[in-house]
Design a protein around this ligand. Sequence first.
Ligand code: GRG
Ligand code: 1GP
Ligand code: MG
Length: 248
Amino acid sequence: MKNLYKDIIINSQIAKTQLAVLIDPDKMEIKNISSFIGKVNRSIATHIFVGGSEVDTNIDEQILEIKSHTKLPVILFPGDTNQISPEADGILFLSLISGRNPDYLIGKHVEAVPKLSTTNLEILPTGYLLVENGKKTSVEKVSKTTPMLRADIDLIRDTAKAGELLGMKLIYLEAGSGAIQPIDSDIISKVKGSLNIPLIIGGGIKTKQDLNNAYGAGADIVVVGTAFEKDESFFEDLLKPEFKITAN
Ligand SMILES: CC(C)=CCC/C(C)=C/CC/C(C)=C/CC/C(C)=C/COP(=O)(O)OP(=O)(O)O
Ligand SMILES: O=P(O)(O)OC[C@@H](O)CO
Ligand SMILES: [Mg+2]
């Protein structure tokens, strides 16, 4: 049994860099998992997230294959209830608090309960906020919600804080998969400044500079998916132990 949340808190307290590699099961062939995970293992990655806005693949089989090649924790990042797998270690139990679609605020969660009750997944209640990035994202389409405006920083901060006050254990600021502009540093630092729980940042992070900006502004965990899908050589920039975060 892993202590996923406890470890995230400890790592945040000791300022250990936490990087989650996002695997979208529809974009990963089972035969390529072993080599991909080899690269993940040699990098500074601390977590593997598995999920997508829409997924058709047999996710159990993929997770078993991932777990046979790594000791890193595997956490579900589900766009829907069909992505719940008992083979993972935990699940980001996302509530899309930037939107006002009841299905994504509480509906899917009620639906998920019977499935979750037959698993040992560690549940990580997560307030999930979608912020505009310059193009329409899959999450926006699937959830039929509007992202928050980048200029509405105080509203983003207050929405994240409301999530914490409701008892959520993590806040995830999402620019959207393949975002043109990742979440701005000033949004990250303002949100982080008001929170007492860890902050996850994702969407459009594709360079070391983007990573440094996010960590420097206060991200506890950064999520990278598309950049590795497009070019696995990005892992070479993130090899341990050489990689060091340089805060701005
Ligand atoms: C409670 C359960 C089981 C599910 C929660 C359902 C909720 C509220 C989801 C939040 C909204 C949502 C659709 C999140 C998806 C997050 C995700 C994994 C995005 C990654 O998107 P990609 O699938 O990579 O998009 P592209 O295909 O465009 O790259
Ligand atoms: O695919 P990228 O752009 O890295 O985004 C990761 C994640 O935040 C998407 O939901
Ligand atoms: Mg994607």
